[in-house]
Ligand binder design. Sequence first.
Ligand code: PLP
Length: 385
Amino acid sequence: MSAGADHGFETRAIHAGQPPDPVTGAVVPPISLATTFVQSAVGDHQGYEYGRTSNPTRVALEACMASLEGGRRGLAFASGMAAEDAVLRALAGSGEHVIIPDDAYGGTYRLLARLHAPAGVDHTAVDLTDLDALRTAMRDETAVVWVETPTNPLLTVVDVAAVAEVARSGGARVVVDSTFATPYLQRPLALGADVVVHSGTKYLGGHSDVVGGVVVVGDDELGDAIAFVQNAAGAVPSPLDCYLVLRGIKTLAVRMDRHCRNARAVAELLAGHPAVERVLYPGLPDHPGHAVAARQMRDFGGMVSCTLAGGEEAALRLAASTRLFALAESLGAVESLIEHPARMTHASAEGSPLAVDPALVRLSVGIESSVDLDADLRAALDALA
Ligand code: PLP
């Protein structure tokens, strides 16, 4: 079978864009390695010419993601950063302006500050939970309002529909980095966004074995503009990488349900522990974005951050002393990870307005037994007291 818009999310995650192979009947898409495709006369081919421009395994991933996000077109890239770069190149040129969250992922900030700013694209970091601040920051040249929700690593939740209304009235496009939420938990296009971007390295792939990125757009013109950059700049994923992300997506719904359940338990453990100063998890009723998250997300996700009462020293000790929560960068896979954003994932933001509190620790809660996760974290926290 193949899956259409009338099928449920879980069905489309497994089947959309992936009908059985018409030649062999294989139920999963072949990893199509050919870099070039034969033409019976000049320009007369079966939809494929050259591997950078298009590839059957990549097209399966792109179609599946377009279906899951409710968009017109998906576009796959070699990494989340390559996806972000292509979107920015397509939407914001020299003399134009981009608004980003004041706690955007460090790599997004670096991309704008170090690559796009020297090419003439200005940017302003704004607290996007403050709509008046957004209105004030909008300029005639603002081409893009870049949303990330929930944010990495502070788990700030942004009201996509409200931001989209302000951005649209100022003539700007809205891009949402939905890496933390995945299309299972939130659908930004339905909330008014123009473009969704993902690091496919995280929950979509889900097994810490592939780097990739995906863009989904709501209209064909935008799709053509980003596809032009995809082909012209050529930051495309390999067919094997596309296959791995596609395979990960098949179990996205069941994994996310478990990630969310385990993360909630971790957030509750942290909230009740004296070594912890503050827990950042949108599922906790006292989180400032709880009401918006409850409205725009199916559940609250698998990421939890906290600050330690003992400051940076305690944060570094905690990160080094858990056993099941492995000390490592990245997030969103089946195994639980812990990290220190100020010195690891967000070191590129040091000294900038987006620098991260050194007392902060970020947890990517995996899908192991919640009893084991609780015991691991509790022992490491108790040792701090
Ligand atoms: N966006 C977010 C929210 C991320 O957390 C990351 C990576 O951590 C990226 C984008 C970049 O993705 P990649 O590492 O696949 O290039």
